[in-house]
Design a protein around this ligand. Structure first.
Ligand SMILES: Cc1ncc(COP(=O)(O)O)c(C=O)c1O
Length: 398
């Protein structure tokens, strides 16, 4: 849309033209079913195989460790269920009745949290690790929570609301030190655009990403599953994805995801430099220009996502700020897109212990590499008067 400033890249990103161009042949000419035998199908198969190889190479994985999914939610659900059910069956075969213990954090995306709730209803024990005031997990807390029944640890690589980058390598090492059979999953959906995702450096057994967070198409994601991870398929039917996720593959989507991931990987250094300069200007200036504002998330900016600036305004409804910004042509968010319809304060800010009077006043500005310094100046110009206007109207303002 012309004349608009889009600052909600954590919700989704535009699909890059180079990505669309790479996908197009798989929608127009090479549209065959990759499982079939004839020429049209083989072209689709080659596209799918090449996409899988690209993703594997960038993750430092093997092609047969890549499962294409319908997005981040499915990848997260599948990671947890796939490991939990496989472990349950192994344990049952050894005569252990209890399904097992899962450790996650209080600040995960609902794709993980709601899956954990579902597993808890089916008998799994779930521990939610607390975070500190900046959203960091403490590896020592993880060590205390691990026990003989722990089968899975799932901790996000970067938080979608406040941009905190978790010390995953340290967390994975702590879990493996307790027992190598404890599987470690990371939700890297927000991290994929700006952080390196080498699965060996991260030390993880499973990792989720979604193409639409890094300029790829919507409706396609990847779950990486390290070879030999005990894993139970959750969608059954055909033998696609090596029997781990049945159903005719989204070939064009997989090609789009791989192309977008390749671009994000190859252009990361220059994109991040630009993102960080814009982010830092927002982080520096907004608390200076808007009274009674706190920055949420890490104070050490090297531990925050390159594109993420998040704030909370005292005695204010974040939604009111978003409406004012929208009227002025700026698209932003109060946090996770999935909770904007709910009136509950963000579970992430609550877990971080953000003071009550700031809890409902959150604003998340997430940049993209197509944003410009002018976009940032526009927000800095519009936001202070927008907040002032709302505070002038609000009886709670002080
Ligand atoms: C951290 C995180 N995990 C998972 C998801 C879900 O991804 P998708 O919308 O592709 O299902 C999101 C989406 O916002 C996210 O931010």
């Amino acid at each position: 849309m012309t004349g608009r400033t889009y600052l909600d890249h954590a919700a989704t990103t535009p699909t890059e033209e180079r990505v669309v161009a790479a996908m197009l042949p798989y929608l127009t000419s090479a549209w065959g079913n990759p499982s079939s035998i004839y020429a049209e199908a083989q072209e689709a198969r080659r596209g799918l195989d090449a996409a899988r190889r690209t993703v594997a190479e960038i993750l430092g994985a093997k092609p047969n460790e890549i499962i294409f999914t319908s997005g981040g939610t499915e990848a997260d659900n599948l990671a947890l269920r796939g490991v939990a059910w496989a472990a349950r069956r192994l344990r049952a075969a050894q005569g252990v009745d209890a399904p097992g213990h899962i450790i996650t954090t209080a600040i995960e995306h609902h794709a993980v949290l709601h899956e954990c709730e579902a597993l808890a209803k089916d008998g799994w024990r779930v521990t939610y690790l607390p975070v500190d005031g900046e959203g960091f997990i403490d590896a020592a807390a993880l060590r205390d929570a691990l026990d003989d029944d722990t089968v899975l640890v799932s901790v996000m690589l970067a938080n979608n609301e406040v941009g905190t980058v978790e010390p995953i390598a340290e967390i994975a090492a702590a879990a493996k030190a307790r027992h190598p059979r404890i599987m470690v999953h990371t939700d890297a959906v927000q991290a994929a655009g700006s952080l390196a995702l080498d699965v060996d450096s991260l030390g993880v057994d499973l990792l989720s990403i979604a193409a639409h967070k890094f300029y790829g198409p919507k409706g396609v994601g990847v779950l990486y599953v390290r070879g030999r991870t005990p894993f139970a398929a959750q969608t059954v039917g055909g033998s696609q994805e090596r029997n781990r996720r049945a159903g005719t593959e989204n070939v064009a989507g997989a090609v789009g995801l791989a192309t977008a991931l390749r671009l994000a990987h190859d252009e990361r250094a220059q994109r991040n430099e630009h993102l960080i300069s814009m982010r830092d200007r927002l982080l520096d200036e907004i608390p200076r220009r808007v009274p009674d504002t706190i920055v949420t998330g890490p104070t050490d900016r090297s531990r925050r996502l390159a594109n993420s600036a998040s704030f909370a305004f005292k005695h204010l409804e974040g939604e009111a700020v978003l409406l004012q910004l929208d009227l002025q042509g700026i698209a932003a968010s109060s946090g996770s897109a999935c909770t904007t319809a709910s009136l509950e304060p963000s579970h992430v800010l609550v877990a971080m212990g953000v003071p009550e009077e700031y809890l409902r006043g959150s604003l998340r500005l997430t940049l993209g590499h197509e944003n410009t310094a002018e976009d940032v100046e526009r927000v800095l110009e519009v936001l202070p008067s927008a907040v002032e206007r709302i505070r002038g109207l609000s009886p709670a303002a002080s």
